[in-house]
Design a protein around this ligand. Structure first.
Ligand code: G3H
Ligand code: 13P
Ligand code: ZN
Length: 322
């Protein structure tokens, strides 16, 4: 099937109590690792491209890579989404350039300015058959050039969501309930430590999520910053020359719980980076004489595939949902 929008995916996910994984793509190995896993598990999937990914790999290369993945996996629904679009022009360029979904992230602006920009993008997108994700509330962490310090984030205010959705006409809404971008989602001071000395983060604000759901029945909610930062990869990075002390993510069981509620899209990027980096560091340490990129990119791609398969089966619950 050709690239799809997220409309049908989200409706089925909402009704079925699971979520669709939205994975960031930056190169061929990442596209292949994700879509091979989704293809083998008959899972719908969203491939998302950030402004930084476009700057790195070029819009056309990324679209063609995704088109190749669609051709190789004709049985699964695949959506191509712009992650954290920050201007109308960027969203328009992706809508005109073959994306089926865009995010306009005006969450750092005032409520009224967020509404005005989101509405402008929605009008253009809907005229072109493209769906729009918007955001209310601010996550901690780093996304492209925007850095929000831990402690300066703001949870979504449930009392604002109905007005925001009805005035903008957006198709899904990203909310802030305590997730955060990157591999260092919480400071040590915000966490406790378990018996192995690993940081245990504060729980997500399910009370905020449930208030939003009550006010927006049937409406798809999105969670950004949802990497779990698997400790096996952090250990691998640290064992083979890296230095990522106290990297910590969102526990998988909390994401599973969110997926069973109205959360229909769960964004994962950092876990892909960790899987590749840990695997490549290990490979280099064990094969110091190898220099053919195919030798180390092959196990890195396989690590992405296995990590994504794990998420689909045990976190998202989207396997077999085509
Ligand atoms: O939310 C941000 C995503 O992880 C994309 O990161 O802007 O470095 O490509 P990036
Ligand atoms: P992570 O940094 O937790 O992978 O979040 C990615 C994300 O939200 C992309 O928009
Ligand atoms: Zn994000």
């Amino acid at each position: 099937m050709p690239l799809v929008t997220t409309t049908e995916m989200f409706k089925k996910a909402y009704d079925g109590g699971y979520a669709i994984g939205a994975f960031n793509v930056n190169n061929m190995e990442i596209v292949q690792g994700i879509t091979e896993a989704a293809g083998e598990l008959n899972s719908p999937v969203i491939l998302q491209v950030s402004k930084g990914a476009r700057a790195y790999a070029n819009h056309t290369y990324l679209v063609k890579l995704v088109e190749a993945a669609v051709e190789e996996n004709p049985q699964i629904p695949i959506a191509l989404h712009l992650d954290h679009g920050d201007t109308f022009e960027l969203c328009k360029s992706c809508i005109d350039g073959g994306f089926t979904s865009v995010m306009i992230d005006a969450s750092s602006k005032s409520f009224e300015d967020n509404i005005a920009l989101t509405k402008q993008v929605v009008e253009y997108a809907h005229d072109h058959g493209v769906v729009v994700e918007a955001e209310l509330g601010t996550l901690a962490g780093i996304e492209d050039e925007v850095v929000v310090e831990s402690g300066k984030e703001a949870y979504t205010r449930p009392e604002e969501v109905e007005e925001f959705v009805s005035r903008t006409g957006c198709d899904s809404l990203a909310i802030a309930i305590g997730t955060s971008h990157g591999a260092y989602k919480f400071t040590a001071a915000q966490c406790t430590r378990n018996a192995d000395g690993i940081l245990v983060p504060p729980p997500l604000r399910f009370d905020v999520l449930e208030e939003c759901i009550k006010r927006l029945p049937g409406f798809p909610i999105v969670l950004h910053g949802s990497s779990s930062v698997p400790q096996e990869f952090v250990k691998m990075v640290n064992q083979y020359g890296g230095n990522m002390p106290d990297a910590v993510g969102i526990p998988e069981e909390q994401l599973r719980k969110a997926a069973k509620l109205a959360v229909c899209k769960i964004n994962i990027d950092s876990d892909i980076r960790l899987a590749m980096t840990g695997t490549i560091r290990k490979y280099f340490a064990e094969h110091p004489d190898h220099f053919d990129p195919r030798q180390y990119l092959k196990p890195a791609r396989q690590a992405v595939k296995e990590m994504v398969a794990h998420k689909i089966k045990y976190v998202l619950g989207s396997d077999g949902k085509i």
